[in-house]
Write a protein that binds this ligand. Structure first.
Ligand SMILES: C[S@@+](CC[C@H](N)C(=O)[O-])C[C@H]1O[C@@H](n2cnc3c(N)ncnc32)[C@H](O)[C@@H]1O
Length: 363
């Protein structure tokens, strides 16, 4: 069995410090945040980020979803080795795990958004923070000398912070630039899609990733209205394009914004690569916990887990197995877990959450 412990915690700890020192905006060191929105600083690629630490009690960075379930599935294995929070965000899940486990658990926390990692500054020496896309999870861990882990958590999608900070351009309700990048690891922006892509490609993207039935009409209206520079300009164009259609109690721009965000951040491919990487690096008995928020994400998770839990794939008429395939996973949640009515009432964002867990089979 490969080693589950990292040999040089000081090396990993310094990564957090280097990161925070490099990104600390002038004059903010050690100061409590005024709000989730200020101050913004320019990161590589012109991405506007807010490097303030949001981990005080009044933090509005993000309210974690299904925290008790996360602790229920990852708590019992946390003593076996490192637990990776691959979508650190406001750090709510990491903090729940740390405060609900008896021993000081060793964690690696990852986020592609430098704003999120600023929340990790007070977590102590047992936590290492890494900025990056979880699609490269394996490489990130191996570069830290970690060859096996006890658990990996993915809490997919955007954080509330992304929607709250208008400069990030995720919200159709707040005026901001058409950006939508979660981190500086991608160059594509929503503005480029909206202003440069052919109508057919925009329609196809909105249809497939936004599951938007009025995709063609919206794409045509976008092309006619070019150039568009702000989120609320785009939302207004969409509202006019679909006016008079079937009434929808949700905002008419919701699906288009989802599709743009998923494209800009290459979200579905990142999930596929991240899951493969996580499953590869789980030690025997290690668990992968995934919370998804819409069917496109959940389908990928479900299929990957089912595929990993599948053994022999030989035709049934063969007398003996010739494929030699062994299952690598055991699915622990036959049906996805969902939040309670109470949690949904307190945190409407939890409404669509589905949590799935698989365990690496000892080979
Ligand atoms: C739903 S939030 C996580 C919230 C977190 N669990 C908490 O308790 O605050 C998702 C986070 O994952 C990050 N993220 C999304 N896709 C990512 C990816 N491919 N690689 C790394 N981080 C990603 C986002 O930047 C965001 O901060």
């Amino acid at each position: 069995m490969p080693s589950m412990r990292h040999t040089d915690p000081n090396k990993r700890r310094s990564l957090v410090c280097d990161f925070l020192v490099q990104h600390q905006p002038p004059g903010t060191k050690g100061k409590a945040p005024d709000s989730a929105r200020l101050p913004l600083v320019s990161a590589p690629g012109g991405l506007m980020v807010n490097q303030t630490n949001h981990n005080d009690e009044s933090s509005t960075y993000h309210q974690p979803v299904m925290s008790e379930e996360v602790v229920r599935w990852l708590g019992p294995i946390a003593d076996n080795g490192i637990v990776v929070d691959a979508t650190f965000g406001g750090g709510g899940h990491t903090r729940s795990l740390m405060s609900n486990t008896a021993n000081d658990i060793e964690m690696v926390v990852i986020d592609r958004d430098p704003d999120a990692l600023a929340n990790a500054s007070d977590l102590g020496d047992s936590v290492t923070a890494i900025e990056g896309n979880f699609a490269q999870l394996g490489d990130m861990l191996v570069s830290q000398g970690i060859t096996a882990v006890a658990g990996v958590l993915f809490d997919l999608g955007v954080s509330s912070h992304h929607l709250d900070v208008e400069e990030r351009g995720f919200s159709y309700r707040r005026t901001g630039p058409l950006d939508m990048r979660m981190g500086a690891d991608t160059d594509l922006t929503a503005a480029e899609i909206i202003n440069d892509w052919p109508e057919d490609d925009i329609a196809q993207t909105i249809r497939s990733l936004g599951e938007e039935p009025r995709a063609r009409r919206i794409a045509r209206a976008i092309v006619d209205a070019r150039p568009l520079t702000t989120t609320t300009e785009l939302a207004a164009v969409i509202e006019v394009a679909v006016a008079g259609g079937r009434p929808d109690r949700r905002h008419p721009a919701r699906r288009t914004f989802q599709a743009l965000r998923m494209t800009v951040n290459d979200e579905l491919d990142s999930i596929r690569a991240g899951l493969d990487s996580a499953i590869d690096i789980l030690g025997p008995g290690g668990r992968c916990v995934v919370i998804s928020y819409h069917s496109l994400e959940d389908r990928i998770v479900k299929r990957r887990f089912v595929d990993g839990a599948t053994g022999c794939v030989c035709p049934p008429d063969l007398p003996v197995c010739v494929c030699g395939r062994e299952p690598e996973l055991k699915i622990l949640t036959k049906k996805p877990k969902t939040p309670s009515a109470d949690e949904i009432a307190q945190n409407p964002r939890a409404r669509s959450a589905k949590l799935r867990v698989a365990e690496r089979i000892a080979s």
